[in-house]
Design a protein around this ligand. Structure first.
Ligand SMILES: *Cc1c(COP(=O)(O)O)cnc(C)c1O
Length: 460
């Protein structure tokens, strides 16, 4: 195999013990959890790949920052440091901290969307779609068609389909498009990057029709690293320069800081220069999150976030980070296991439809693979497919997702090469017994974001 593991650009200073239960115990635990991996206790999980969100290892500098956090209710120094750093990284005038990404969505979308309006995105992440719908609007996805073929290796599979975007704007009427959102990287398409050129083109269309252009910016640093690696003319730019340029094309952003900013909790809203919308954001933040100078976070969280903004941009870190995922992808290539290729930024999205062609979308093949990974090696992952997508908000019918991915999301600075090898070995073992794996049906589900709480039953 061709891909070498890139040695970690850090050493370990503190450890956390993890333990693998026996196969029998794992089978019992997952049945008790109603085959929903969100219901498992973390002590019953050996390798936790449920998400890369808030599960990252903070640095010694961040932990030192935690001790320095200013807990003042108003005007704290940690808040001011966060503003300064975020303004420097993103080049936006206005920055509002909030407690996590979905809080940013709730605050911003409530100000821009209402019944009869549409949000168009390269792909809405699940919470983003939920907040568009909770605001009364409808979410339309508009990703490039290459994204839908897991075997098609193109450099910027997360891009917006700009021709389709313009057609959608004309179809629904520019006055009804409340917002266009570029998700970087494109999480639901497999952590796939968006090019600088695509940012520019999308921005041009939004300007032409007078529509606000926002970035869903959770993985802004990984996206910039891909641009540096893959986009002509960007190889000599620094990651920081690329980030600035990407953000220069949009009007505002929402961000979960639990990803590339390497903190356990936090989020941001940024507005480039629109004072009026920022006033509305401040008003809504005070109602939902807390006073503007802490936005639902402790001073220590604000301090760690301010430091993480820069750590996430470190190129040695990003080379190792993306390299770790490419190493896992290389092992799957050798084994003939299909995943969203080339590998994206924050994990491997295994094509469960290819693994289990006998399980239809309404029996949730990607959820079935997630359950098998837990049974096989105590690995916790999640479904990014029809199970997560849920039902049509108008008809209540099960929607068919474009993909059936089981996501192995890799937390930052947490797992080693031996852990990565165990993930590959588990997938290979499941592939060998794939034809015997059965699908699932839902016994109970809540009205929105059902995958967090639903109860499932294996199909006999
Ligand atoms: C994680 C994420 C969100 C939501 O953020 P939370 O911090 O989990 O609330 C929104 N969009 C994208 C692309 C994400 O990855």
């Amino acid at each position: 195999m061709g891909v070498k593991y890139i040695p970690e650009p850090f050493r370990i200073k503190m450890v956390e013990t993890i333990k693998m239960l026996s196969r029998e115990e794992r089978e019992q635990k997952i049945a008790e959890a109603k085959y929903n991996l969100f219901n498992l206790k973390s002590v019953d999980v050996y390798i936790d790949l449920l998400t890369d969100s808030g599960t990252n290892a903070m640095s010694e500098d961040q932990w030192a920052g935690v001790m320095r956090g200013d807990e003042a209710y108003a005007g704290g120094s940690s808040y001011l440091k966060l503003l300064e750093n975020a303004q420097d990284v993103f080049g936006y005038k206005y920055i509002q901290p909030v407690h996590q990404g979905r809080a940013a969505e709730k605050v911003l979308f409530g100000a821009l969307l209402s019944k009869g309006k549409y949000s168009i995105s390269n792909m809405h992440f699940d919470t983003t779609r939920a907040h568009v719908e909770l605001a009364g609007a409808r979410a339309l996805d508009c990703v490039v068609p290459e994204a839908l073929d897991p075997n098609k290796r193109v450099p910027f599979k997360g891009n917006m389909d700009v021709e389709k975007l313009e057609a959608l704007i004309k179809k629904y009427g520019p006055e009804n498009i409340g917002i266009v959102i570029m998700t970087i990287t494109n999480n639901s398409a497999g952590g796939q990057p968006v090019s600088l050129q695509n940012m520019k083109d999308t921005s041009g269309i939004c300007k032409k029709y007078g529509i606000k252009f926002a970035i869903d910016a959770a993985r802004y640093a990984e996206n910039a690293y891909f641009i540096k690696q893959r986009e002509k003319g960007c190889e000599n730019k620094s990651i920081k320069e690329i980030v600035k340029e990407v953000f220069s094309y949009a009007d505002m952003f929402t961000m979960s800081a639990k990803k590339d900013t390497i903190v356990n909790m936090g989020g941001l809203i940024g507005v480039k220069e629109d004072k009026e919308i920022f006033q509305e954001i401040k008003n809504r933040t005070i109602s939902f999150e807390g006073f503007v100078t802490y936005g639902g976070l402790s001073g220590r969280d604000l301090e760690a976030l301010a430091i993480g903004l820069y750590e996430g941009l470190d190129e040695d870190f990003l080379r190792y980070r993306i390299g770790q995922i490419e190493y896992l992808a290389g092992r799957l290539d050798d084994a003939g296991i299909t995943y969203q290729a080339p590998a994206g930024g924050h994990g491997i999205f295994v094509d469960a439809r290819a693994m289990f062609p006998h399980i239809p979308y309404y029996e949730f093949p990607a959820q079935a693979l997630a359950v098998e990974l837990y049974k096989e090696s105590g690995i916790r992952t999640c479904d990014i497919g029809s199970y997560m997508l849920g039902n049509d908000p108008d008809t209540g019918e099960q929607l068919k997702a474009d993909f059936e991915f089981t996501r192995l999301a890799i937390p930052r600075r947490v797992y080693t090469q031996a852990h990565i090898d165990l993930m590959a070995d588990a997938l290979i073992a499941i592939k060998e017994r794939a034809s015997g794996v059965k699908g699932y049906r839902i016994e109970w589900e809540p009205p929105v974001l059902r995958h967090f709480q639903a109860r499932l039953k294996p199909i006999e």
